[in-house]
Design a protein around this ligand. Sequence first.
Ligand SMILES: [Zn+2]
Length: 317
Amino acid sequence: MNAFKSSWQHTLSHAVQGWGVGLHSGAAVCVTLQPMPVDSGLWLEHVPPASPKRFFRLSPKTCRGGFMATQAVAPGKGAGVEGVGTLEHLLAACHLVGLDNVNITVEGPEIPILDGGAWLWVQMLQTAGLVKQPSKRCLTRPTSKIRVEAAHGQAWLEAHPPLPGQEGVLSLSLTIDFPHEAIGRQRAFLVLGQRSASEPLLGTPPTQPKTMAASRTFVERGAIVALQSSGRALGGSLAHALVADESSGTVINPGGVRWGGQEFVHHKLLDLLGDLYTTGNAVRGRFEGFCSGHRLNGALVQALAQQAPMWPTCTKM
Ligand SMILES: [Zn+2]
């Protein structure tokens, strides 16, 4: 993941392909990632089965955070037009490894869920390898505090500018609080692009990037019937999703929860890292949230887009 710290843009050395089942649609989906020229950014080529192909850049104008996932819809397309769902884990992998310029071809309604996190995508990208390109990386950094809220302030997410001397650092700090023991209250933080491992961190060990990337998506058992009757979670399985059982206070997955039960909050870090990449640029700065999810992540991205220069007038490193 050394390219994350680089000042230079990177693309893939060659095309890679992944396929699997969509978490919400249950559809079999093939995704192909191809190199793109310098200063291209993140592009999506959507190939729906029964309508014309669409090709557009991922940005705050084309991406939005929903209840369960983040979706991209071609510009100018109104409500009801099919987009590409569940972008967040693949985008987290791209953000983490430092992949700036890529074309993502999606033959289906959403990015496949694979391992429930981003680790398989990270491995695919790292195995292919990244190549440095001859232009400085575009960055989005908050220039002053931004706060977005939901549930009358009971859920919130804040963005803060980087600390002096840490302009290349991205730190994410999240707390979740569920009213049952299966998840409960958990806090974790992730620091990427740190110049020195000896810098003081918030008093507790940070989440390792691999732990974050390998953490699975999750759902509360009591919500599954309602989700599936509204056409979501149709591709869900215990192979890639933690199912938290509110009554027993544990998960029903045979292997249990990883990392001392903290897999839930680690996965929330992963979702935020991916959603921040819908700015279309690598993001740096400090982010802190409480009970936040894709909708708040998307609202923060929209607020960032109002404040910070975006592609093609982004701040170069
Ligand atoms: Zn997720």
